[in-house]
Ligand binder design. Sequence first.
Ligand SMILES: *Cc1c(COP(=O)(O)O)cnc(C)c1O
Length: 359
Amino acid sequence: MRVYNFSAGPSALPEEVLKRAQDEMVEYPGAGMSVMEMSHRSKEYEAIINDAERLVRELMNVPDNYKVLFLQGGASSQFAMIPMNLCKNGKADYVITGQWAKKAASEAEKYLKVNRVASSADKTFSYIPKLDKSAFDPEADYFHITYNNTIYGTHYTELPDTGNVPLVADISSCVLAEKIDVSKFGLLYAGAQKNLGPAGVTLVIVRDDLIREDLPESVPTMFKYKIHADNGSMYNTPPTYAIYILKLVLEWVKEKGGVEELQKINEKKAAALYDYLDNSEMFKGTVVPEDRSLMNIPFVTGNDELDAEFVKKSKAAGLMNLKGHRTVGGMRASIYNAMTVEGVNALIDFMKKFESENK
Ligand SMILES: *Cc1c(COP(=O)(O)O)cnc(C)c1O
């Protein structure tokens, strides 16, 4: 029996995608072999990676002056690759909204001067800080945000106006969950294992003018956007199978009606859970209402023992991976695109039952 998997990442994939992969696993139609066994230079594989790129462009409405890259090393490698490639004046602005933003900023600090524009560390990252434009550096090489904070469950409703400074965003946990206007950004990146596919592939969408040739000699070849852009993400062997699954997920998103339709479903799922949290006597959301994430919803009872009991009992009921991040405690439900409305309703029903049994 498949359980309801609320993991923050790697996370649930659409069952239809897994079944399709199962059907094609041993013998990919027309190829007589598994995608895992194919040359990445074969015509079958080229069709797969080209379809993946085409679908990213279509579903995310990527303008023509942006490259779509499939890289390795996770979102965490982008923490270094971004400053390595975008560093010109030697400084960048970062907003510190959680662990990932913190890590991105300290990694960037190895390559340039980091200006921490604002932080919500004072309240365990339970809100998105108000940004004061006078703290922005107009000479910064870029301005970095974590669009959706996976661990703390916060999300930007308003993007900072950075003028001519390129806005860079980590969209690992909100990509394809909601409409994102790519043209507002210089660069977007996402590890695949939340909303796109399996771990092992990282999506990077970067504006042409930010892909530079004149990088210092010390920048490793594999860390240059230029190399990957010039070679259609095939400078070396790409993560072939992960990209294939990503392609199946993109086809699934398209079948569902695209990002717009998924966003409507995501808004309904999140509203149902927040609504219950706001009315519950036992459970409370940890994030200020105006900055709540659609994808990651942390909540607590206020009693550590009761939290532990909830996690244990929910697991026994087939509601998996609801334990919160160790820095927040309590619970967290990650309800990415692949989490069904039924799954969210099952969670709410279970919470109601738990609440009535533990009054
Ligand atoms: C999961 C996550 C990361 C880390 O991704 P890796 O692919 O494991 O490096 C970075 N940023 C955000 C917002 C995440 O959710």
